[in-house]
Each structure stands twice: as C-alpha cells, then as structure tokens.
Design a protein around this ligand. Structure first.
Ligand code: DGY
Length: 320
C-alpha cells in the first residue's frame, strides 16, 4: 500500500506526477487559513508532509501519530519545533545549496537598489518629476570599492563575499560564530567582532539563521554603531532586526538606508511604519524566488521526502 503524503504547497506538474507515482497525495491550500480543517483531517493518516511557510509545533505533530518525515521547501527551519520532532522521532529535511546563489543575488539587488535609489527614483519619474537632468539631491552612493560587512558566513554569506570581491572590488568583512580562514584566503575577507564590523562597513548584510542567539541581534545599540552613510540589508529573517529600532534609525537618518527582504510580520501589514519610510526598499521575501530556484528547491524536497519514506537517509536531514 502506498504511503500518504500531505502537500501544503503546490508543485509543478512534473514533480506532482513523480510524487503521485509513489505515494498518495492530499493537496491542501492555505493550511493555516481556510485549509486548516482539511489539514487537521489529513494529519492522522499522514506519513509525510511537504511544504513551506507553515509553523509546525508539537500540537500539530500530535495530530499525526504516523508521521515519519516533514520535507520543508526552504533552507530555514525556524518554523519547526525541532525538539518536538526529535521527541516524536520525526525526520525534518530542508533544501540547502540549490538556493544559495539566487539568495545572494537578492542581497546584491537590495544593496544596489538602496545605494542607487532605484525604487525611489522610479517612483519619482512616474510621478512626473523628471523635468531636467538630475542634480545632487538625487545622487546615490557607490557600491564598487566600498566595504561590505557580512554577518553570518554560511553558504549565502560566502556567495555574497564572492560577488563583492570579484564583481565589485569591495573589501569584505565578516562576523560569524567561527572564523572561516578559507573564505579569508579566497576573498581577502577580514574577520571582525560584531561591533567592529558595524563600525567599519558601508553596507551590512545579514545572512544568519534565526535562533535565540540571533533574535534582535541588530537593535538600537548596534544601529548606533553603524556609519551615518551606511546601508543595512536583511535577507535572513525579520526577527534578527529590532524593527522598531530600525524604523527610528531610518526616520532620523542615523543610517542612510535599508533593504529588507524579510520582516517580523509577513505578509507585511499595511499599517506597518516601515511603509512610511523613503530610505527603505522592501521586497516580499523573494530571497530564493526565481522560477528555476523554486523548482530546484521543490525537486530537492521531493527527493528528500521519497528517500525518507523509502527508509533511506535523506540527503538533507536536519535532525539526524
Ligand atoms: C528559505 O528557504 O529559508 C527562504 O528564506 C525562503 O523561505
């Protein structure tokens, strides 16, 4: 008899067909909203779950006594109560590697958009303000030749360092739990304490996973250490930054600007004070959101799920 899988994210036809060859699939749209009752009804017989962007805690796991594996279509696993997974003997898998380069591209898109005021000036043209050639009031700042401080030197951090050093002739500084001598050698990067990195960098990019140690890592005190000309970019998780402190720093121009791909509350509520700031560029958590990369992530998640259900060790097991 085929095993049962609850899918809470739509897959391409190709991947869906591959999955259906091997398992019985129940597709649930909007599992935290209108699909919640259907999810609860499907969990008791589910052997596997595949999806993304849904919090999975002990109370949901308790509804799925036969569950063997949850295959997340994401690299981040902050949505999952890993202790509860371990206690219940449920495997958790993720999709690292395939999204590294695309996520680093998103970081650079925000760095460039903030520095060169791309979004603001696009709006300025559309509002009919372009009547003569622009002057200093609309100048941006250089990216090439500047100093990029990367907080978190994992895969994405390293891909940012490569772009910065090889593509933009930037000096790279980094802060992470452990120094990475090979990254220092490859990209001429310098390890710094968090304080020193914040004080020396022209651009600060966050790539750390969310954990108790990184929640609110950047607050008022840290923002105060940054140069008034510096730009903060967050492609990690919203809660790594104290959003109220960032709003205050941007409002009072204590830093030049910021680019956020992630926010504390997603989707961003329309009454968020972030929406009032001109020196801020926002994107809706698009880090890995290209057609190619999202398909590669989904393929990786299907591989992980099927391997686990076949009794093999999946390639990307988070909780061995
Ligand atoms: C990830 O994979 O963790 C990205 O942030 C998309 O959610």
């Amino acid at each position: 008899m085929k095993k049962s899988v609850v899918l809470y994210k739509r897959l391409s036809d190709v991947l869906m067909a591959r999955l259906q060859e091997q398992v019985d699939v129940t597709l649930i749209d909007d599992p935290a909203g209108v699909g919640k009752a259907a999810l609860h009804a499907a969990l008791p017989t589910a052997h596997g779950l595949l999806g993304a962007s849904m919090r999975l805690d002990d109370s949901l796991l308790a509804l799925a006594p036969q569950l063997e594996v949850v295959s997340s279509v994401s690299v981040g696993v902050d949505n999952y109560d890993i202790e509860a997974f371990n206690r219940r003997g449920v495997m958790l898998t993720n999709t690292p590697d395939v999204l590294t380069e695309t996520t680093a591209d998103t970081g650079f898109a925000l760095i460039l958009a903030c520095a060169r005021r791309v979004v603001e000036l696009d709006g300025w043209i559309r509002a009919g303000h372009w009547k003569a050639s622009i002057g200093p009031a609309h100048f941006g700042c250089d990216v090439q030749g500047k100093t990029l401080g990367i907080i978190g030197m994992g895969r994405v951090g390293e891909a940012l360092a490569r772009r910065a050093a090889a593509g933009f002739g930037m000096q790279v500084l980094y802060h992470s739990r452990n120094p990475r001598p090979e990254v220092e050698q490859r990209y001429g990067a310098g390890y710094r304490s968090l304080r020193a990195l914040l004080a020396e960098s022209d651009f600060v990019c966050l790539t750390v996973p969310l954990s108790a140690a990184t929640e609110n890592l950047i607050g008022a005190a840290e923002l105060a250490l940054m140069k008034p000309s510096a730009i903060l970019v967050n492609i990690a998780r919203g809660r790594v930054v104290d959003e109220a402190a960032l709003v205050d720093a941007l409002k009072h121009k204590r830093i030049r600007g910021a680019g956020l791909d992630v926010m504390v509350k997603e989707p961003l509520p329309m009454d968020s004070p972030l929406l009032q700031l001109e020196n801020l560029v926002l994107t809706p958590h698009i880090g890995s959101a290209t057609e190619e990369t999202r398909e590669a992530m989904a393929r990786c998640a299907v591989d992980n799920l099927l391997a686990a259900l076949a009794g093999q060790r999946p390639a990307n097991l988070v909780n061995p």
